[in-house]
Write a protein that binds this ligand. Structure first.
Ligand SMILES: C[S@@+](CC[C@H](N)C(=O)[O-])C[C@H]1O[C@@H](n2cnc3c(N)ncnc32)[C@H](O)[C@@H]1O
Length: 248
């Protein structure tokens, strides 16, 4: 729930693809994931949303499963995937096993941070470990320390989204509790639409500990999908964890 008491999808589904458009980033993310997965392998995306990345992964020929708690986000995914290449369930990823023996489990765009407590985040990382085959990889994109701790909050920005729409975004953060809330006001031919998302920032070392509890080992960490090296002040972190063993 966001501060207005709405679920993620109730608040964000109508504007999600405007705020997070299917840019080159989504394709790069899909290529990164495909590089960790055999050609006939299986990827599970937790918090698959509108399929921004998942549709590109499906385009590489990998089997894609996903889960999302929002029927509104999943309805958008079905519009984007009319052929039904992706199998998506409605449910809570902190409490659900989508499949066992996945080659890769993905959580993109700080989706783990959509859970607002450390306990729920740990539960989810444990579920990731259970869903991977031996030797499988978890790919977790989270917000970097720079984004949470460099900025002076609140931060407001205005940005064009298309020829006839723009967004004014405001972010507030409570650094002590590692939480932040972003409010988006989208103005355009559809009138004014407001969406809000809340998140809990996860320190990279905290994420490593969660992964360790799940029996996963850090394999590499980057600040972008082209494997850019982290600088310490970067805005996001891409961590790859490996489940020990090899597929039989
Ligand atoms: C930031 S969006 C990311 C969507 C997509 N992965 C992408 O990269 O564009 C986070 C998604 O996680 C979903 N979500 C949040 N908490 C969830 C939970 N506990 N179980 C399942 N889905 C959840 C939201 O509904 C939303 O679609």
């Amino acid at each position: 729930m966001n501060p207005a008491g709405k679920s993620y999808g109730e608040s964000m589904a109508a504007i999600y693809d405007l705020i997070y458009p299917d840019s080159g980033e989504a394709k790069l993310a899909a290529e990164f994931v495909a590089g960790l997965c055999p050609e006939d392998g299986t990827v599970v995306e937790l918090g698959i949303g509108t399929g921004r990345v998942a549709t590109h992964i499906a385009g590489t020929g990998r089997k894609v499963y996903g889960i999302d708690s929002s029927p509104e986000m999943l309805a958008k995914l079905r519009e984007r995937d009319p052929e039904g290449r992706i199998t998506a369930l409605e449910g809570d990823f902190s409490a659900t096993t989508v499949i066992e023996d996945a080659d890769v489990v993905l959580m993109a765009i700080n989706t783990l941070g959509a859970l607002l407590t450390q306990e729920a985040q740990v539960e989810t990382v444990l579920r990731i470990g259970e869903q991977l085959r031996d030797g499988g990889a978890a790919v977790l994109e989270t917000i970097g320390p720079g984004e949470m701790y460099r900025r002076t909050y609140p931060v407001t920005s205005a940005q064009a989204l298309s020829a006839d729409s723009m967004v004014i975004a405001t972010a507030q953060a409570d650094k002590a509790s590692q939480t932040a809330v972003a409010t988006y006001c989208v103005l355009g031919s559809g009138g004014l639409r407001i969406g809000q998302e809340a998140g809990r920032h996860i320190w990279p070392s905290e994420l490593d500990l969660m992964a360790k509890l799940a029996g996963l080992r850090l394999e590499g960490r980057w600040s972008g999908w082209r494997r850019e090296q982290p600088t310490g002040d970067h805005d996001r972190v891409i961590s790859v964890y490996r489940k020990p063993g090899s597929a039989s």
